[in-house]
Design a protein around this ligand. Structure first.
Ligand code: MN
Length: 741
């Protein structure tokens, strides 16, 4: 949309938007608050006077919009409105934090400080992660920092259209990696959903459009179905004299897309597109009864899916969410479609929509610690486990895996409940009980059956841990746990053990080889040995894993000579690397041909939508735009991302691994192979496995375009009795990087 207003119209528009903000703020503010809000507004207008947004609009539109979101969509009060209006002032204008504190008080200054990016500093690993961390640090002090930040991010995502493509990708990635889960965690469902949809709109525009179109094409039919579905229910609830509202809605674009991807199914097969929410008015004492009564009415008319009943009323989620969920079959019409039904009270609904702020509004002063309080407590605990100077990227990874996960309830043999993240294992549970139990855990009885220590626990499991004095952690144990607590204990143990072995190694170095590493230049030495620390070297020597020849040479020739030899060898290697076919890809704004490597996490092939990422050692990695690892990289190191496009005029062969799963029958493999040879493709490697009536056929083929690949996948899906067909490298465990000690 082109922006053209005269100066006068512009000023009128600014005032109009400000009045609109005040109108919405009214229920949340007291008499005297307007004065300080007005002051903040004038300060911001003045400070941003000369600035424009990318769209051409006056910059001040943005802080006003952020304040508006904070009020209208999160339900925040005057302090947050003031902070939202001023949120970009310290970062982008000459106004200082001290001035803010003087004019608006300590609290506002603290919030704005939390929102102001850490500037400069090229010595940090990732600016983006440092900024995330700074925000998280303030979270335990005042959660409003994050809430205003979410309002800011939401407005930036809504207006992302005017940004250049690489910025869109960077901002969208940060959003899906960090802000959407954060909004979810704080119970802001509406904002979370919108952030996810906007992410998809910019990260995968084609998929987004396609789903959007299909949704609008089927909208009329859905409305009709919902109306029919609720008609009998409505009548019955009125008979019962309940005061209620029924809202029909469809799944979000993002959640449909995710389901299609996870299950490799087309849009038409996403079964629970329809969702209905029933919101009932109820006194505190009658909430539960009313909700279950409504459930009972629904199931009088419709058949519930047995495993889909979720009672978040008796067991609220730790972000404060309460609701009763069920999925029922709508076989009133002829289609027989599943409908998700959510039943909740007005109070529960407000908490679900506005999260944190509403939660505090309803909370009694003497209520026990709420789930959110507890969560913020966990944030503080995690912060205390990461010392300053530790990597911010690692901290954010830990934050994500531990504090965004959904959780399960499990029990000790005596019936004590413990909360673990989804995916939590026997070993996580053991470490949660006691460090010593964790360190010696060999497995457990889960519901009276013996299971190994990496067994994943489910809601309601009862666990009796088994231990042995001789058992102790190995590096593999990292793969068995998902809580940061357990990971830290394993790390402590292994580090301690490592130090002991390294001590032995140091002795050997001195006594057996007569070498004193203390006399060498540390950096040169580590560079030559290709190790990260002296501890690593000593450890390998102590462990007997170090090549003794290297030590003997070091003694004999001296390090200078050896370094020279190493340099010559490396030059040789890099020359060879340049022979790589570099014509296949065009990189950057100027579309240069450069050397690159294809990322092993997503194995992009010619024709895939890709981007380039410059690694720490200067290599250029090519990822698919939708690769999860790439999303994570962009969220943390956006400045290293470069544009990349395939060169249409060059063809290039790529290996792609495909897994076909089907019900076992004679001739299945032959049929699969036939499809491959029909397209004139060569199989380089094939493996078939049969287990209990299911056959898994995994093979690698050489291809030169993604179109050809799509065709092959399509054809394979048509082979009789095929269940799924997928590209294996799409799903490679991103967990792998954790395995690094
Ligand atoms: Mn902003």
């Amino acid at each position: 949309m082109a922006y053209n207003l005269t100066e006068e119209q512009e000023n009128q528009e600014i005032v109009r938007r400000y009045r609109e903000l005040l109108k919405h703020a009214k229920p949340y503010i007291k008499e005297g608050d307007t004065k300080i809000i007005k002051k903040a507004f004038h300060t911001a207008v003045d400070a941003h006077k000369e600035m424009r947004r990318k769209s051409g609009e006056p910059y001040i539109f943005h802080p006003i919009a952020v304040a508006q979101i904070a009020v209208e969509e999160i339900g925040l009060g005057p302090t947050s409105i003031v902070a939202a209006l001023l949120h970009d002032v310290v970062e982008d204008t000459p106004i200082t934090l001290e001035e803010i504190e003087k004019g608006f008080g300590k609290k506002v200054a603290m919030i704005i400080d939390g929102l102001t990016k850490i500037s400069g500093g090229h010595n940090v690993e990732s600016q983006q992660a440092e900024n995330f961390r700074k925000m998280v640090l303030t979270l335990s002090e005042d959660v409003r920092v994050i809430l205003v930040k979410l309002a800011d991010r939401l407005h930036n995502m809504r207006t992302l259209g005017s940004m250049p493509r690489h910025k869109q990708l960077k901002i969208a990635s940060e959003t899906i990696y960090f802000y959407a889960p954060l909004a979810h965690r704080l119970g802001l469902y509406a904002i979370k959903t919108e952030l996810e949809d906007l992410y998809l709109k910019y990260a995968e525009p084609e998929s987004y459009q396609a789903i959007q179109e299909k949704l609008s094409k089927t909208a009329a039919e859905r409305t009709r179905n919902i109306r029919e579905f609720i008609r009998p229910v409505q009548a019955k609830l009125r008979d019962m004299h309940l005061e209620f509202k029924i809202k029909g809605r469809s799944k979000s674009v993002y959640s449909i897309w995710k389901k299609m991807n996870a299950q490799q199914i087309p849009f038409e097969e996403v079964y629970d597109l329809l969702a209905v929410r029933i919101i009932v008015e109820a006194d505190k004492e009658q909430e539960k009864t009313h909700c279950w009564n409504i459930y009972s009415v629904i199931t009088d008319f419709y058949r519930p899916k047995p495993d889909r009943l979720r009672d978040w009323i008796s067991n609220p989620k730790s972000n404060g969410y309460e609701s009763l969920h069920s999925t029922v079959m709508n076989d009133a019409g002829d289609t027989g479609k599943w409908v998700e039904v959510q039943i909740r009270t007005t109070r529960m609904d407000e908490i679900a929509e506005k999260g944190y702020a509403a939660h505090w509004k309803y909370k009694d002063k003497d209520d026990a610690k709420s789930g959110l309080d507890e969560w913020i407590g966990q944030v503080s605990e995690l912060l205390s486990q990461h010392k300053e100077g530790d990597s911010a990227v690692e901290f954010i990874q830990d934050f994500r895996t531990n504090l965004f996960n959904k959780e399960i309830f499990v029990f000790t043999p005596t019936g004590d409940a413990k909360v673990l993240p989804t995916g939590g294992t026997v070993l996580d549970f053991a470490f949660d009980l006691h460090t010593q139990v964790g360190l010696h855990c060999t497995g457990a009885y889960v519901n009276h059956k013996v299971v190994p220590k990496n067994h994943k626990l489910k809601n309601g499991d009862q666990i009796k841990v088994l231990t042995s004095d001789t058992e102790e952690p190995t590096k593999e144990w990292y793969e068995y746990v998902s809580t940061s607590k357990a990971r830290k204990k394993i790390k402590d143990f292994l580090n301690e053990k490592r130090r002991n072995i390294a001590g032995k190694g140091e002795k050997i170095t001195v006594q057996k080889f007569g070498i004193d590493f203390g006399k060498y230049n540390r950096r040169e030495l580590l560079f030559y040995l290709n190790k990260e620390s002296l501890l690593d070297v000593y450890y390998e020597i102590g462990q007997g894993e170090f090549d003794e020849k290297v030590l003997i040479e070091l003694k004999e020739y001296g390090i200078e000579k050896l370094l020279e030899r190493k340099a010559n060898q490396e030059e040789e290697v890099s020359k060879r690397a340049k022979e790589l076919n570099k014509k296949a890809l065009l990189v950057g704004e100027t579309q240069e041909e450069v050397d690159y490597v294809l990322a092993s996490c997503c194995n992009p092939i010619h024709g895939d939508d890709v981007l380039g990422y410059v690694t720490a050692d200067g290599a250029l990695e090519i990822h698919k735009t939708k690769c999860e690892r790439a999303t994570e990289l962009m969220a943390n190191y956006g400045y290293r991302v470069v544009k990349a496009k395939w060169n249409e005029s060059v063809s290039y062969d790529f290996d792609v691994t495909i897994k076909v799963i089907g019900t076992d029958r004679r001739g299945f493999i032959t049929d699969v192979s036939a499809e491959i040879s029909k397209l004139d493709l060569n199989i380089t490697c094939m493996k078939a496995e049969t287990k209990t009536g299911i056959i898994e056929d995994t093979f690698t083929v050489s291809l030169n375009s993604s179109q050809l690949l799509d065709k092959l996948l399509d054809n394979l899906r048509k082979v009789p009795q095929v269940i799924t067909v997928e590209r294996v490298d799409d799903k490679k465990e991103k967990k792998k990087k954790r395995a690094k000690k």
